[in-house]
Write a protein that binds this ligand. Structure first.
Ligand code: 13P
Length: 240
């Protein structure tokens, strides 16, 4: 299975910065990773904010969207619709990120609607799941139930689905889950779905190599450490 390295820029980087970033990333991938990408061993994606979406026309990486409303267009203030994403050739989306669930109040019904809509549109869907600290502290049974409920909300047999496990307590904290915790959780997830599984939560160039060696880890979803092209490139390099 190929390794997927994805960068979620969240509400960071301006359009101008993303334009410079993409030039640097394309150059790096062309010189260092062309074979792996052409042989489908490696896939690189970035998810900039909506104001910084660029045409999805790069040779060595894909541009996806951090969000999309479950409509082609219409009266949905502050949202972005399918037609607007299609204008950029975007066909990848993050759905269910904990920041959207918790800060923006997206509930399981809204997430399920987004999933169905973008699956119908043929998007590659990066479905984010992950428990809070309280659930983790309750033990393995509670963790399993929690992850099972999040997966039960969507069709895990969708062929273009990638599941990103991002424990909430490891996001943006600088402290990733331990290798044992990642191994344990990914093994639980591998019993629930056959989809590629990414880990996310304080991934950086120093821990990515070890994380990518864990069984049932098929890639990483990177936040802060993807914001500078050099740092993101180092993570990609360890995946080679
Ligand atoms: P950090 O890598 O900054 O912890 O963010 C992870 C994340 O939320 C990616 O979607």
């Amino acid at each position: 299975m190929k390794t997927i390295i994805a960068g979620n820029f969240k509400a960071n980087l301006t359009r101008k910065q993303v334009m410079a970033y993409t030039q640097g990333l394309e150059k790096f991938l062309e010189s260092q990773c062309a074979d792996s990408i052409q042989n489908h061993k490696l896939q690189v994606n970035i998810f900039p904010s909506h104001t910084a979406l660029l045409g999805n026309t790069f040779a060595y990486f894909h541009i996806g969207t951090q969000n999309g409303y479950f409509a082609t267009s219409g009266g949905f203030t502050g949202e972005i619709g399918l037609l607007q994403l299609q204008e950029f050739g975007i066909n990848r989306i993050l759905i269910g990120h904990s920041e959207r669930r918790n800060l923006l109040g997206e509930d399981s019904e809204c997430i399920a609607k987004k999933f169905r809509f973008y699956a119908e549109a043929g998007f590659e869907i990066y479905y984010c799941i992950g428990e809070d600290l309280h659930t983790r502290q309750k033990g393995e049974g509670a963790l399993k139930d929690f992850l099972h409920t999040q997966l039960a909300n969507i069709d895990v047999s969708y062929s273009k689905l990638i599941v990103a496990y991002e424990p909430i307590w490891a996001i943006g904290t600088g402290v990733s889950a331990s290798m044992e915790q990642i191994e344990q959780t990914h093994s639980i997830l591998a019993q629930m779905t056959q989809d590629p599984l990414l880990y996310g939560g304080s991934v950086n160039a120093d821990n990515a190599g070890e994380i990518l060696k864990i069984p049932n880890v098929n890639g990483v979803l990177v936040g802060s450490a993807s914001l500078e092209v050099d740092s993101f490139a180092k993570i990609i390099q360890v995946a080679l």
